[in-house]
Design a protein around this ligand. Structure first.
Ligand SMILES: [Zn+2]
Length: 407
């Protein structure tokens, strides 16, 4: 069996870590920023070094394709993203790009026989850090978002994504977009971004899908009054009510399936002044589970919540939701077979985070491979996966590509 090259992998990790180095062992590399353009240039350079040209589509997604021996066959594509959140790490997204490059390099350098063209790809603006939403370009290519609406997306400084795209010099031809005629499968290697593989001492995550989720806004309505002159018994404190509502929701949600995860990560308190009793609080509730029935139970808990806490009215509204995405079973099976062939320990699992692969899964057969994240850290500078762990994952990616190539 073929394996990839550890030194080359390490060299790529170290090199890409310099583009947007934020000085604390991590990076800030927003999509289409100068730092991201450096990373793109490095991708083009390294692909060219093994004789592979890179083209871009109209969303600046990048495609470097190594031809196969049989003309006219559809491509096998490996893809991820090279942009990051603010003060992010050196592995989220970029490891998938490095893996795709490493597989193309290995196949080209070792002259591994293959029939289909094999493509290493970069999706533009997966994080949506500067220009929301996340998974923007896969969303456009896979028909989830309208391009015109996306081009108008503004950074906090007021620059549009369309302007950034134009200035980047990477906007290419719409005809180059990933499509179901020219592509037969997409594989994305990614760090787990959670603690499970490490805790269970598994080397490879065989990803079977992306968890469905709902996101609600819960609002409480009280009365603003003076913090010094209003006795406690006379108050209608919207923040106290929000705390009570949150406590109630935790108690009820904890009675549901133990794999359910839920979070309140955003809270708006009005008027947010230390001398004024809050009259209005609005907080998020994000809940994720692979089984739509459990998600339904979450919604029931929210709907059956008391209409009033601490003399304050409580209302709720769904902000958005996504269905569980199940990846292509045949591809999942090939990832499992490849991991087994190397003798790596593995675990079938769902992704709790969103990825470009979940949109692509609606268009062509798609799946993902996870490698462990040290202490589960991600979207921060502490992100870490050892070269050895990356190497195992990339070997599985290479072997899976070669298995798909037999089809
Ligand atoms: Zn990512």
């Amino acid at each position: 069996m073929y394996t990839c090259n550890k030194d080359r992998i390490q060299n790529k990790i170290e090199t890409f870590a310099t583009f947007g180095d934020a000085g604390n062992g991590g990076i800030t590399r927003f999509s289409l920023s100068d730092e991201a353009l450096q990373a793109r240039a490095e991708f083009v350079k390294r692909m060219k070094a093994v004789g592979v040209e890179t083209v871009t589509d109209d969303m600046a997604n990048m495609y470097a394709t190594l031809p196969g021996t049989e003309p006219g066959l559809p491509r096998i594509v490996m893809a991820s993203h090279c942009d990051s959140v603010r003060n992010g790490g050196n592995y989220d997204g970029i490891l998938g790009v490095i893996s795709a490059m490493e597989v193309v390099e290995t196949i080209a350098i070792e002259k591994i026989p293959h029939r289909h063209p094999i493509t290493a790809m970069i999706w533009t603006n997966e994080e949506g850090s500067l220009y929301p939403p996340a998974m923007m370009s896969s969303g456009v290519v896979c028909g989830k978002f309208l391009k015109d609406k996306i081009l108008a997306s503004k950074s906090p400084e007021g620059k549009t994504f369309g302007e950034a795209l134009e200035q980047s010099g990477y906007a290419g031809d719409e005809a180059n977009r990933l499509n179901p005629n020219d592509y037969m499968a997409m594989l994305e290697l990614h760090i787990e971004q959670g603690p499970v593989l490490e805790a269970e001492k598994k080397e490879i995550g065989v990803v079977v899908g992306v968890l469905g989720m709902v996101n609600y806004r819960i609002r409480t309505y009280g009365q603003s009054d003076h913090a010094g002159t209003t006795p406690m018994a006379y108050r209608r404190d919207a923040l106290l009510a929000a705390a009570s509502a949150l406590k109630y929701l935790h108690t009820e949600l904890d009675k549901l399936d133990s794999n359910l995860v839920y979070t309140t990560g955003n809270i708006i308190c009005h008027p947010n002044i230390h001398t004024v009793i809050p009259d209005h609080v609005d907080f998020s509730l994000d809940a994720r589970h692979q089984n739509p029935e459990v998600i339904k139970q979450v919604v029931e808990v929210i709907k059956n919540m008391p209409k009033e806490f601490d003399k304050c009215e409580v209302k709720y509204q769904e902000a958005w939701a996504r269905k569980t995405v199940n990846f292509n079973e045949e591809l999942v099976g090939l990832v499992q077979k490849s991991a087994d062939a190397f003798g790596y320990t593995s675990k079938k699992m769902y992704s709790g985070a969103g990825h470009d692969a979940q949109y692509v899964a609606d268009m062509i057969p798609t799946t993902m491979i996870f490698v462990p994240s040290k202490d589960g850290h991600s979207h921060c500078e502490l992100e870490f996966t050892s070269v050895e762990e990356c190497w195992r994952g990339i070997n599985v990616l290479l072997q899976t590509v070669l298995e798909v190539d037999k089809k």
